[in-house]
Design a protein around this ligand. Structure first.
Ligand code: SAM
Length: 362
């Protein structure tokens, strides 16, 4: 497999013929075995055959990954449990998170609750040594925005494992390519690729579909490889990827006129923060976190004043929470100082935790 290509073919065969230990991150969103109609693939295996097939290509992924590599699996309710067990027990992956991606406007049902989520299983090859760049994920938490808690971490907080801040791509969205019913939003892949890989590393999507993983990898300055068995999809993805440009970690960026992706990332931080523009602008502690997180995510140093201008000028996403911000503990107009205090804790029994699991205040 050559980096920066989209390959037409069977992913299992292609991966098994490739060099082991050569891929840093794999994102796989396979057919869910629910009878979905694709261009080439028939989505109706028997249950046993489906689980056996998935186990085989997950084994191929495990072999391809570098020792620090990660594997994300997007999967529906029908097979999430079985594939999680297969990935851990049969293939040898370590489960880091079982993320629920919750979105509004799932398909409406009449005889059961409407489904409004997808499972995102995050695995690593090693249980101790893996790439996870937490500073690229942080946002102002309720400690910063709601409670103005003096213990709030100055870098912000990491998202929980239920993600409801990334909307599903509806048919009317500008981002929608229109030729693939399963197109995932770029914001979802942006979070995963920023967290689990570094610039120039190789990101593989063995079921590339409409090409979201490859496009986002390119915009984020990673090398990409996509595989799909449909020549039609591959041709479209090649065009989509060709039109994309690297937009982060650029040597020179004018923060007053940033690349489009910087604004999208800022709007994503705004969605994560979930307080209205005026409330956010009034809250210096939260704004420090936003500027820091935008800088970490984009590789460009942004000041609070520059972020303020981008937020004032931008058309921000709509939020549900519009309560007025009343300053209490943070730096206020009266000049009250923000002081970080640390909660004293009993000594921790370290045996059962890895360093990466240690909780902190955020
Ligand atoms: C759920 S879609 C992926 C959608 C993608 N995540 C996106 O954002 O557009 C699954 C894709 O896997 C492809 N596929 C199915 N079996 C395959 C195989 N054995 N090798 C490669 N691609 C395959 C299908 O053609 C389909 O495009």
């Amino acid at each position: 497999m050559t980096p920066n290509t989209i390959i037409r073919g069977d992913c299992l065969k292609t991966m098994n013929e490739s060099k082991p230990g050569s891929i840093d991150l794999v994102f796989a969103d396979p057919p869910y075995n629910i009878g979905y109609v694709y261009d080439k693939y028939r989505d109706d295996r028997t249950d046993d055959d489906y689980v056996a097939w998935c186990t085989e290509w997950m084994r191929a992924i495990h072999r391809l990954l570098t020792p620090k590599g990660a594997f994300w699996l997007a999967i529906g309710d029908e097979f999430a449990a079985e594939l999680c067990v297969a990935a851990k027990r049969d293939v040898g992956f370590h489960l880091r998170n079982w993320v629920i991606w919750h979105y509004s406007f799932g398909q409406h049902m009449k005889r059961k609750f409407s489904r409004a989520h997808t499972h995102l299983l995050y695995f690593t090859r090693s249980d101790k040594d893996f790439t996870f760049r937490d500073l690229r994920l942080r946002f102002p938490s309720a400690r910063h925005t709601e409670y103005q808690d003096l213990r709030a971490n100055k870098d912000g907080r990491l998202p929980d494992d239920v993600w409801n801040d990334v909307p599903r791509l509806c048919g009317t969205f500008k981002e929608r390519e229109g030729y693939h019913g399963c197109q995932l939003p770029e914001a979802l892949l942006t979070r995963i690729i920023l967290a689990c890989s570094n610039p120039d590393e190789i990101v593989l999507d063995p079921f590339v579909g409409s090409g979201t993983t490859a496009v986002v990898a390119k915009k984020l300055g990673r090398r990409y490889i996509g595989i799909d068995m449909s020549a039609n999809y591959v041709k479209r993805v090649e065009q989509r990827v060709k039109a994309a440009r690297q937009e982060i970690n650029l040597p020179e960026v004018d923060p007053a006129h940033p690349p489009a992706m910087h604004r999208e990332i800022l709007y994503q931080i705004y969605r994560e923060t979930n307080v209205t523009r005026d409330n956010l602008l009034a809250n210096r502690v939260a704004m420090d976190v936003v500027a820091g997180s935008l800088s970490h995510r984009t590789g460009t140093e942004y000041t609070v004043a520059q972020v303020e201008t981008l937020l004032r000028d931008g058309t921000l996403p709509k939020l549900a929470n519009d309560r007025a911000f009343v300053a209490r503990n943070h730096v206020t107009d009266e000049g009250k100082k923000y002081v970080r205090t640390v909660q004293r804790m009993l000594p921790r029994k370290r045996k059962s935790r890895t360093v990466a699991d240690t909780p902190g205040s955020a």
